[in-house]
Design a protein around this ligand. Structure first.
Ligand code: FMN
Length: 188
């Protein structure tokens, strides 16, 4: 399978990147083709809400010609897309949220007859890391991701939240095992 992973942390060796690397290693060992995109290295403008993209449902017709176009092309040509983000104020990192908003241009007629999506039927998964001690820390983000999957007409094929993170070298063996499990659930 062709897999695109989206790293939403600015830290290339942080908690999210480390766990993501374990997921990618497992996928590669199973002979899947993995493309890793660091969103923080890209120029991605915020969605303008102009809805011009809705005039051309069969293409990525966003008026902003920045790096989001290439990333969305990559997503659309993949079988699996894995979103990996630290939790920031009970939501996605701004790098991830900005891309998610731009994916508005992949869908037409949401909540109406004729709902279509360039992501239809693709598998999507979510990895989130957090540091806080809160109960129900990630529930809001998981709810949002379920709705994003419905919006994209995609199939949510796995999610993993690792809370209480400090530094990457403190991540446990059980976290590594959960990462491997998520990798397998996304490509099996
Ligand atoms: C701006 C900011 C907001 C954060 N908000 C939360 C939060 O709402 N809940 C939480 O558990 N951790 C929060 N954290 C902690 C990070 O989610 C946590 O340290 C994460 O593992 C960092 O991932 P990284 O090393 O991949 O960047 C926040 C950190 C920052 C910098």
């Amino acid at each position: 399978m062709r897999v695109t992973t989206l790293l939403g942390s600015a830290k290339k060796k942080g908690n999210t990147a480390t766990i993501l690397s374990w997921i990618e290693e497992e996928m590669k060992s199973l002979r899947h083709d993995v493309e890793h995109i660091v969103l923080n290295d890209k120029k991605i403008g915020g969605c303008l809400g102009c809805a011009k993209c809705k005039d051309s449902p069969d293409e990525i017709a966003c008026v902003q010609k920045d790096d989001a176009i290439g990333i969305m092309e990559n997503m659309v040509s993949s079988d699996v897309v894995l979103y990996a983000s630290p939790i920031y104020f009970w939501g996605f990192s701004s790098q991830m949220k900005t891309l998610i908003d731009r994916c508005y241009s992949l869908v037409t007629n949401y909540h109406r007859p004729g709902h279509t999506s360039l992501m239809r039927g693709k598998r999507i998964g979510l990895l989130v890391t957090g540091g806080g001690p809160y109960e129900n820390n990630v529930e809001g983000l998981f709810t949002a991701f379920n709705r994003i999957a419905d919006f994209l007409l995609a199939e949510k094929s796995g999610e993993l939240y690792i809370g209480g993170c400090t530094t990457p070298d403190e991540l446990s063996e059980s976290t590594r095992e959960k990462a491997v499990e998520l990798a397998r659930s996304l490509v099996s």
